[in-house]
Design a protein around this ligand. Sequence first.
Ligand SMILES: [Zn+2]
Ligand SMILES: [Zn+2]
Length: 328
Amino acid sequence: MVKCSVCGIRDAVVFQQHSGKALCRQCFIEDVTARTIAEIKRWKMFGPKNRLLLGLSGGKDSYVLLDILARIHPVSRILAVSIIEGIPRYNREEDIRRLKVVAREYGVDVIVTSIREYTGHSLAELVMRAWRKGKRISPCTYCGISRRRILNFYARMYGADKTVTAHNLDDEVQTAVVNLLRGDRIGLLRLHPAASPASKLIVPRVKPLRKIYEWESATYAYMKKFPLQETECMFIRYAPTLRARVRDMLYVIESRRPGTLLRILELLDEVLEEEARNLSPEALSRCKKCGEPTSPSRHLCKLCEILELADVQRPVYSVYYSENSDPA
Ligand SMILES: [Zn+2]
Ligand SMILES: [Zn+2]
């Protein structure tokens, strides 16, 4: 058996290609934890006084995020929200029950809500309604926009200082490359950890696992024996094709040149930092239907826009902010 490159005592169980190290279970968990803490400190994502709202899906990344944050942050200042999408045969209620039990053991409460509760319809209903009208919108678009909105809604409602999501390195690099390929400069800059949100109505979002590989998160979750969600989403084959291609391409490059994803994100972090810091909040207008922020050229926010395509007039929680409140 190969001994661990760090402690030199225990048997190595993981080979970390990007660092060239063979690690035992303890040193691997320690390594992932230390890199996460380093990333939190580097970008001053939050301090001990901050109230955090975690968006947890019940997948591997969300358990890893919960496990690390509950060890390094006062649990009295951590709250979580889990959103049931409403996808047939996607076993979310059962998964969320298990997630709640684990979170309870850490002393963290999980608010359970759903896309139906917020918009009046489940994800599957929204997709079917849009398709019936001939609008071929990817279910992932509905899912992503709704989940982001719901998380921010709860963050404001509970007075959280930050929303925290479990996006890993693979997710981040995919998004960055998609932005590059589309020529979306603002999208790329907004992804940077030093960039502030586009509006005061948006609670700043941080991603502590952004330098942790997906395989590392999966290995960590497997080592800690978390009750992971195993059912695959039935809409996976409708995922946006550009993103899927970028994911496959990056996977090939990473397997031939280990460490590529880390190098890409590290380089972007460095070269974009100054510009991202100086990115001022846009003079956003408010959505005519729900009052949430939207870009100056649009009447409707992205959520109301896609809801309209599905013949839904407005989200249920549309008037949380009155017209008189400070529009950022
Ligand atoms: Zn070791
Ligand atoms: Zn709206």
